[in-house]
Design a protein around this ligand. Sequence first.
Ligand SMILES: C[S@@+](CC[C@H](N)C(=O)[O-])C[C@H]1O[C@@H](n2cnc3c(N)ncnc32)[C@H](O)[C@@H]1O
Length: 309
Amino acid sequence: MNRVNAEPEHLPVMLEETLRCLAPRPGETMLDGTLGLGGHAAEILSRLSPGGELMGLDRDPEALALAAKRLDGVGGAYRLLHGTFDRVGELLKELEISSDGAFDGLLLDLGVSSMQLDRAERGFSFRNDGPLDMRMDRGEEESAASWLAQAPVEEIARVIRRYGEEPQAGKIARAIDRGRREQPITTTAELSSLIEELVPRRGKKIHPATKTFQAIRIAVNRELDCLRDALEKLDRYMKPGGRVVVLSYHSLEDRLVKTVFRDRVREGLFISHPDGLQRPTQTEVQSNPRSRSARLRAVVRAGEAGSST
Ligand SMILES: C[S@@+](CC[C@H](N)C(=O)[O-])C[C@H]1O[C@@H](n2cnc3c(N)ncnc32)[C@H](O)[C@@H]1O
């Protein structure tokens, strides 16, 4: 299909399961901290009316603009916030709204959207040649190309090993270092062909550049730091009885979510959600391969709904 003029699409992953766990009701306030194209948010918003409000946050201004169109079509009260989800407290404070006990529900659907991946100019994908950018917010300073140009080779190896769980990290980092001495690596095709020459496909299903691209994206966007910081503050944001749902797509994210949720449950700040760990159904994976690696985790803020503890 020619996608040039097509509206960007992103099929919301595990939508039914997410809605069941979040259980949005009229009059409630919920935060979608990874609004994307508003697929989950549109369904949540339609369940919060009358009287409720959806706050939709994303670090990508292009996503916010596209999501707004979708949410306008739903009707109901919503507010958009631009920034990273670990800063929701500060962003609300700028609007003179307190984030303490602000939400009955909070969703984080981590990673990148199909729109970000599909648009070559965003530089996330080795499948579409484009500038090696990878910033979810193009207003932020450091693109993948500028990071790769100046990071010490040991740092590049560490990032690829840690965030890509790539066994060939050292070899790839040294090849990047040799390559950048000849000429700066500025496109996704340059980076992926450099890796492909080094680590041949040999019939493997996944492209040899997959893990390296994932690793550089995580580093450039400080994805795990943002997630850790946000998870640490969750108990402050949630009302008693408030539901938190996180969808993660690789083991590093999921491990972090699992550990923080387990610790908060042990401390008595949250209780386990009865449907607190789920994977997508086979049917969903077949119709939306992007959902393949998804894991849903959910917890509930301790305390009686309607009380202040
Ligand atoms: C998987 S998509 C969300 C898709 C969305 N649930 C939908 O149905 O359309 C993830 C979105 O989260 C945003 N994002 C990722 N990390 C973020 C962070 N730390 N703070 C804010 N937004 C973030 C990305 O820009 C992207 O738009």
